[in-house]
Design a protein around this ligand. Structure first.
Ligand SMILES: Nc1ncnc2c1ncn2[C@@H]1O[C@H](COP(=O)(O)OP(=O)(O)OP(=O)(O)O)[C@@H](O)[C@H]1O
Ligand SMILES: [Mg+2]
Length: 391
């Protein structure tokens, strides 16, 4: 299997150059950006620069290619209905203009081309060149100059408020036709379930002592949450709707020059939301809980506070939460934190010690159980206190 995957990987640049050669997106070279199984991401240098809708010029594009073979590694073979939905989503979301401040612009990439074939699909996307992943910048050695301390809550607030507006926009009657294109049996919903509620108990089972006295409750929570994935996209529920589905700080890009406070006199600060493959019908807490969990993960596992100011901003920017949504989000944060067991780095500066892993898994487990029990007192004294503060 690994050999097949490697062979597919090696052949991909030539195949992509060939596929685009007769289109306005013909490239002279492509450079790999990511090799997540089932997803090949490249930056392509255009043979001829493009004129953009806003009159600007682009000399490069992003190419995301999925193949049936690669997709089977992640147990979600290419689904034609899914491809049609993704194309419509890109076209709609590019026109979504959230009520951003005059000093910040947050954008999703425009889709230039969506090439669907029987066993593969290729997206050609607007390249936000000269950008860096927000997570990488936030935890880089020069974070203090690129992201001044005073700017971090502001950035978080902008992201939280963008997320709230996106959820509202995506559930508006005007988007009914888009939502109707979501496949009933959406492979990305299955994958999301697999990576979250299907898997958290299995991760905890590596530490039997963490399950003592809690196993039954955790099994009940898992079973109830898994049912949520069976709700049909048409079912009305103020907490469910079209979501981004992979909203973490690695899927947020920021200009490599960093954030300017005050913003540059000749423009605005910009943030870019990428990687829409997981967009699906789901609980809005999957987005809010994922970004909150992501931003507090290094506090929980590595005792590093860096993400917390941004996290507080996100919670503040997302705005008012019902009690139900606050507890449900706390549960999702817990699931995300437990999921670290499978995502955790095996080498490099962010390796957590065995003791830190147990402590982090315990924190995640407690968020899940206390969220389920609606234990407000517990949360008021926790890392997630601001989820429970009236806005
Ligand atoms: N529109 C874009 N503009 C600029 N860079 C992009 C764009 N889309 C993707 N990238 C770059 O490619 C990387 C991978 O893209 P993306 O997150 O969409 O795919 P992925 O399959 O999730 O990959 P990974 O698992 O590495 O995050 C991004 O982290 C970013 O560096
Ligand atoms: Mg990504």
């Amino acid at each position: 299997m690994a050999q097949l995957q490697q062979a597919e990987n090696d052949a991909m640049p030539v195949q992509i150059l060939q596929q685009l050669s007769q289109t306005p997106y013909a490239c002279t070279s492509v450079t790999q950006q990511s090799t997540r199984p089932g997803n090949f991401v490249y930056r392509g240098v255009l043979a001829q620069p493009l004129t953009l809708q806003n009159g600007g010029r682009a000399s490069s594009i992003i190419i995301k290619h999925s193949t049936d073979l690669a997709a089977t590694y992640r147990d979600s073979p290419l689904d034609i209905k899914r491809c049609i939905f993704e194309e419509s989503l890109f076209n709609s979301v590019a026109d979504f203009s959230p009520p951003t401040t005059t000093t910040t612009v947050i954008k999703a990439p425009r889709l230039h081309l969506y090439n669907r074939q029987t066993s593969s699909s290729t997206q050609v996307l607007e390249d936000f060149s000269n950008t860096t992943g927000f997570k990488a910048m936030l935890f880089s050695p020069n974070a203090d100059s690129l992201l001044p301390q005073s700017s971090r809550t502001t950035i978080g607030r902008n992201l939280g408020s963008w997320l709230r507006s996106f959820h509202t926009w995506a559930s508006a009657p005007e988007r009914a036709a888009l939502r109707a294109q979501l496949p009933q049996d959406d492979p990305m919903r299955k994958l999301k379930r697999l990576l979250t509620y299907d898997g958290f108990l299995r991760a905890l089972e590596n530490y039997p002592e963490l399950l003592e006295g809690h196993k039954e409750t955790l099994e009940t929570i898992r079973d109830v949450m898994i049912k949520e994935f069976e709700k049909l996209p048409t079912e009305g529920d103020e907490n469910l709707g079209l979501i981004h589905g992979d909203f973490w700080s690695g899927n947020i890009l920021i200009p490599s020059t960093g954030w300017r406070e005050p913003p540059p006199s000749d423009g605005t600060n910009e943030l870019f939301i990428i990687d829409w493959e997981f967009a699906q019908f789901g609980h809005r807490c999957y987005d809010l809980g994922q970004i909150v969990g992501d931003l507090c993960e290094r506090k929980v596992y590595n005792k590093i506070d860096t993400g917390l100011a941004v996290m507080e901003g996100v919670i503040d920017g997302y705005g008012e939460l019902s009690d139900y949504m606050a507890f449900r989000t706390a549960i999702h944060v817990g699931v995300h934190l437990v999921g670290y067991y499978n995502r955790r780095p095996q080498r490099g500066p962010w390796v957590a010690s065995p003791e830190a892993i147990v402590a982090g898994m315990t924190a995640g487990r407690d968020f899940i159980i206390k969220g389920w029990e609606k234990d407000r007192k517990f949360f008021e004294g926790s890392l997630l206190a601001s989820l429970f503060t009236a806005k």
